[in-house]
Design a protein around this ligand. Structure first.
Ligand code: ATP
Length: 306
């Protein structure tokens, strides 16, 4: 039996370019891995690839072939020419589902690492990264962890320097938001504003030097000032109630606040661990979210638990 722990991500910068002909957007995406994470346990099975899930959001996780953990197991087996793979994957889910924290992608990355160890395949890390990119744009970062700049669809990764530990709070909303729906809303709002949404209309996004410096210096105040998410207006347009969540965390003393990825989870940067605990408690009491978790990062990517 192999258990792999895998982090969720928050995008400290999510720069969204125009809509490309292939239906994707060019991104400048600064991923940051946080300790809030899932655990995926792989054990032998003679019944093919089977799944189970536990945790408060377990009912929202599909247990069929669409689950990214199952797809990862199948992809790894196919890569190695294993005709009839057998594994049971149990997902202990702590990452909000459809919350903009790449929970499904995390489970896909964890399943790659867990099955690789269970089946004793010793797949090179570079190959695991390639398989991860086939599964989805956010999967390679869940393998890598730490802090990284994602370009292209987000899957071309460059590790970034980050000093020390940053303290975060995540406010979990009731219900999820569909990532494709949030990108469509972003395009619609750009068209409505008259700026246009095609990739010829929108400048190619790039990493913000002030944000990179704040990460490298371990400067939470400067990082808070540089947090940006080009999807935030679209997420707020689809879920106006998130404005109250962002306000509640800021009023409780957070240094900075933003919607995480495509939302609806909201992320708050705190001064230190005590500050994060206070912001989380205030958010839980505010009635503007289902719950709130204090956590920290950066942390490593998917790894077998000793
Ligand atoms: P991202 O930030 O990468 O856009 P997300 O965090 O918003 O993703 P996920 O939790 O990955 O969203 O879930 C999106 C959808 O993916 C879910 O509604 C679910 O149907 C599907 N899904 C597939 N595999 C999983 C999984 N292992 N865990 C959760 N959802 C999964």
């Amino acid at each position: 039996m192999i258990t792999v722990r895998v982090p969720a991500k928050v995008n400290v910068q999510l720069g969204v370019g125009g809509l490309r002909a292939d239906g994707f957007h060019d991104l400048a995406n600064v991923f940051f891995a946080v300790a809030l994470g899932d655990e995926v346990t792989a054990s032998d099975s003679s019944e093919g690839i089977t799944l189970s899930c536990s945790g408060p959001d377990a009912d929202a996780v599909p247990l069929d072939d669409s689950n990214l953990a199952a797809r990862a197991a199948r992809l790894l087996a196919a890569h190695h020419g294993i005709a009839d793979p057998g594994v049971h994957l149990h997902i202990a889910k702590a990452i909000p589902v459809a919350g903009g924290m790449a929970g499904g992608s995390a489970d896909g990355a964890a399943a790659l690492v867990a099955c690789d160890a269970l089946w004793k395949l010793d797949t090179p890390f570079e190959t695991l990264l390639e398989l991860a990119a086939e599964l989805g744009s956010d999967v390679p970062f869940a393998l890598l962890g730490g802090v990284a700049l994602g370009r292209g669809r987000g899957e071309i990764l460059e590790p970034l320097a980050a000093e020390g530990t940053f303290h975060w709070v995540f406010a979990v909303a009731d219900g999820g938001l569909s990532t494709p729906a949030v990108f469509r809303e972003c395009d619609r709002l750009r068209d409505e504003a008259g700026t246009g949404s095609a990739d010829s209309d929108v400048p190619t996004p790039d990493a913000d030097p002030a944000l990179l410096a704040a990460l490298a210096d371990g400067d939470a105040v400067a990082l808070a000032a540089a947090l940006t998410n080009d999807l935030q207006t679209a997420a707020l347009s689809l879920r106006p109630a998130l404005a109250a969540t962002l306000r509640a965390g800021t009023e409780a003393g957070a240094l900075g606040a933003l919607v995480s990825g495509s939302g609806p989870t909201c992320a708050f940067l705190a001064k230190d661990a005590d500050g994060a605990a206070a912001v989380a408690a205030a958010l839980r009491a505010s009635g503007t979210c289902r719950t709130a978790h204090a956590t920290y990062g950066p942390v490593p990517g998917a790894a077998v638990v000793a």
